[in-house]
Design a binder for this molecule. Sequence first.
Ligand SMILES: Cc1cc2nc3c(=O)[nH]c(=O)nc-3n(C[C@H](O)[C@H](O)[C@H](O)COP(=O)(O)O)c2cc1C
Length: 180
Amino acid sequence: MSEEPFQLAVLIGSVRKGRFGPTVADWFVGRAEQRGDMKVDVVDLLHTEIPSADFTSRVGATDAFVVVTPEYNHGYPGELKLAIDSVNREWHAKPVGFVSYGGLSGGLRSVEQLRAVFAELHTVTVRETVSFHNSRVNFDEKGDPRDPEAVNAAAGVLLDQLAWWAHALREARAARPYGT
Ligand SMILES: Cc1cc2nc3c(=O)[nH]c(=O)nc-3n(C[C@H](O)[C@H](O)[C@H](O)COP(=O)(O)O)c2cc1C
């Protein structure tokens, strides 16, 4: 069955000077774009006004999200929380996946906190996560993962799960309004 590609937004949650986030995001966007079943919009919070009508309408026009997040002191970036909280209904009944990175924990504590936040916004968070511990040493100077096999496989599973939900929920939203 051929289906209309769905719209994926990849949110870059880190805005710090000297940040590593875009390297991780670029790799993931490459994995998503090679599939052909989704159109990818990169939302870099460093270059996005929050709150703004533009951000709200970009979230509204999106079928599925992947949040690329680091971990700072066992939490996710404050700017990411501001962005999430600046929008409400536009998140509803849509899937969210996570790609995390950090030191030893690989950003997984940020992901678990974000799952609780996104539940409040009526999203579905997908189980599979891609995480990079000690991220700077696990990418080479070209910006590619040094051990691509495992992370490419994890990204594939994450995108498969996200695609299933994106199609299912897009059909469901078209069939009847999501009631809250
Ligand atoms: C203020 C600060 C706090 C950090 N706290 C953690 C932490 O609690 N756990 C962890 O695994 N890594 C931690 N790190 C490492 C970062 O996750 C890592 O440097 C990552 O590259 C940060 O993302 P960014 O470069 O895109 O900003 C911290 C880094 C900074 C700057």
